[in-house]
Design a binder for this molecule. Structure first.
Ligand code: PGA
Length: 250
């Protein structure tokens, strides 16, 4: 169901004490009725954070990645059953850092999505173009391909368990934000692509988040656009003082 969502992606930041404290502080908040909060916590701290997020039914836990296999000899990897056992509800799939630094292909992401959905978990699917593509005004083709090859081989029923996050790479961690109009244009394009693939009802139901230097100062302007249903927030999600105002920006 389409919802307003404030999702934090802590990436490879914070230690155990800091993570637990932040999860505790966020979970203590009175989250507005129409908003859902998701915390993308590093693997080692998921369980400890779940003890706090469990206390607030509007706060959910995400892992930042997962392995596509069921289990077995995959040293250093983490399976979905393991993530389920520590209280995870969502998996972030296809973050640009996974795609570019770790070379995750659309095919691999599609496989991960299939496994996540088969386990009854939910997906936050990330897409977004690098700077040279934006400068060449080819961002729509680029994102359309990411959607087609990474996401669109699932069923309409399974799409109900997916949130899409549009994160232009040139805006991630750079302090440069897409303008509200740039965000709205791409979100409308993505929603239309969902409509073409799955029909009008599905396109109206899917939540599409914007990511890339979301801050308390720009969250309201971004979230007030018709097709922007919230944010996937990196840097500003690491402190309760910057993340809570974002949660309250709808
Ligand atoms: P940022 O990161 O908010 O620090 O730009 C966003 C993300 O990568 O999800």
């Amino acid at each position: 169901m389409r919802k307003n969502i404030a999702a934090g992606n802590w990436k490879m930041n914070l230690n155990l004490d800091q993570s637990v404290e932040l999860a505790h502080q966020v979970s203590k908040e009175q989250i507005p009725n129409d908003v859902e909060v998701i915390l993308g916590v590093p693997y080692p701290f998921l369980y400890s954070c779940s003890l706090h997020t469990n206390q607030n039914n509007k706060v959910h836990l995400a892992a930042q990645n997962c392995n596509e296999h069921e289990k077995g000899a995959f040293t250093g990897e983490v399976s979905l059953d393991q993530l389920i056992s520590v209280g995870v509800d969502y998996i972030i799939i296809g973050h640009s850092e996974r795609r570019t630094i770790y070379g995750e292909s659309d095919e691999l992401l599609a496989q991960k999505i299939k496994t996540v959905l088969s386990k009854g978990l939910k997906v936050i699917f990330c897409c977004g173009e690098p700077l040279n593509i934006r400068e060449g005004n080819k961002q729509e083709d680029f994102v359309a391909n990411q959607l087609k090859n990474g996401l669109f081989n699932i069923s309409a029923e399974n799409l109900k368990s997916v949130i899409i996050a549009y994160e232009p790479i040139w805006a991630i961690g750079t302090g440069k934000t897409a303008s509200p109009q740039q965000a709205q244009d791409m979100h409308a394009f993505i929603r239309n692509a969902v409509k073409n693939q799955y029909g009008e009802a599905a396109s109206k139901e899917v939540s599409i988040l914007y990511g890339g230097s979301v801050k308390p100062a720009n969250a309201k302007d971004l979230f007030s656009n018709a097709d922007v249903d919230g944010g996937l927030v990196g840097g500003a999600s690491l402190k309760v003082e910057s993340f809570v105002p974002i949660i309250n920006s709808f």
